[in-house]
Design a protein around this ligand. Sequence first.
Ligand code: GDP
Ligand code: IMO
Ligand code: MG
Length: 436
Amino acid sequence: MSNLILVGAQWGDEGKGKIVDILTRSADLIVRFQGGNNAGHTLVVGDEKFVFHLIPSGILHSGKISVIGNGVVVDPAVLIEEIQSLKKRGYFLDDSALIVSSDAHVIMPYHKALDIAREKARGSKKIGTTKRGIGPAYEDKASRRGIRVEDLLDDEVFKEKLLHNLTETNSYLKNVYNADELEYDGIYEQYAGYAKVIAKYVASSQTFLSEQIDKKKNILFEGAQGALLDIDHGTFPYVTSSNTVSGGACTGAGVSPRSIDYVLGIVKAYTTRVGGGPFVTELSDDIGERLQKEGAEYGATTGRARRCGWLDAVQLKFTTRVNGIDGIALTKLDVLTGIKKIKICTGYKHNGKILDGFTTSPKILGGCEPVYEELDGFDEDISEIKEFDKLPENAKIYIRRIQELLGTRVVMISVGCKRSQTIMVENPFDFISSKK
Ligand code: GDP
Ligand code: IMO
Ligand code: MG
């Protein structure tokens, strides 16, 4: 039995999907535990590209079980679309390969309407959400009025909850935001239809997972977003509405912390962010443009251009600690090829003083200047390199410096979007087995 949590260590889009796809070979189950279809995880298999928003990125491998845990917020329309698109492409032919938690909360059309109305009302202070209704769906969960998947499958309960929630939300939409109200009948018909399609996948994921743990199966927990978008530990309020850090896997899947063996942090070789909020190492010069172009930094969910900047060791030290990261998968190293001098931020200067460490305060972060360490870059094409030793010397120096600064080992290096473009220094699942 080896159970591993994979999390983004920055602001999302670190390349989690690709790494999950690779590690799925060593896992029996792949579990999403938080977030919803705000996520966009990209996988490239041969000449085919897949982007998953809800279904775990391990779904392309037959014989593995994908689980959408209780901590996820599920938009059934998106789930059904993903299922159908996979089947059309010749994948996910066995329906028993997907389990959707009966305790997961459902994203309703009024959640999306509220998300859009709120963002509009915030004006220049908008968060830059994905407008998928994520925040309002989690609000309903916290306020104990949310509709769970099990409610959706029970016509009587669903009708009652929908009527209650819609009446309340319509009043809010109309009176607070001057937005259009939504109609009960259309939503009811639509969601009753979704319930029929998804019913066969629904089960208690906690019970199922604890049985699998008893059977000593290997579980890979697939985080969405990144640690700095965590509702508690991120750059609040410019965050998402779930716990994206490793601790969220236990609550979002219903497994004990005792069953976790390893936390793998996914770190992009530079930094990106989509949406608003402070970004100390952001670059608005030609290097920033170059990273965006060479890294194809456009959102997999909304298509928005991602803001780009240098790697930030101050934030990564913080997220390494909050997540308890045992090993790092460093992605998109190939994108740095050809840059003469590569910078790593090693300190924040605020009002002339160097801060002790990271802070989640947007006000302080907004006034911080990065303190950089400069390293020589590399020119060689590294996209087909399979072994660490074959990397250019300056690329090795960059990786070793990251290890030194974060006090954690880089165990995987990604040098391109394809499965084959990966240097496996040490497979984390093999590492866990070797320690048992
Ligand atoms: P996720 O949300 O963390 O799964 O990441 P995204 O899929 O949103 O964004 C990562 C993007 O980088 C995708 O387009 C991947 O295909 C691509 N990608 C992943 N790893 C690498 C890599 O090592 N090099 C390059 N050039 N692209 C990569
Ligand atoms: P993956 O899993 C990057 C960002 C949004 C916005 C903030 C809140 O692909 O890494 P939300 O819709 O969640 O209320 O938006 O969070 N955001 C992401 N940024 N990658 C993601 O997911 C994200 N999911 C949400 O851009 O700033
Ligand atoms: Mg993404």
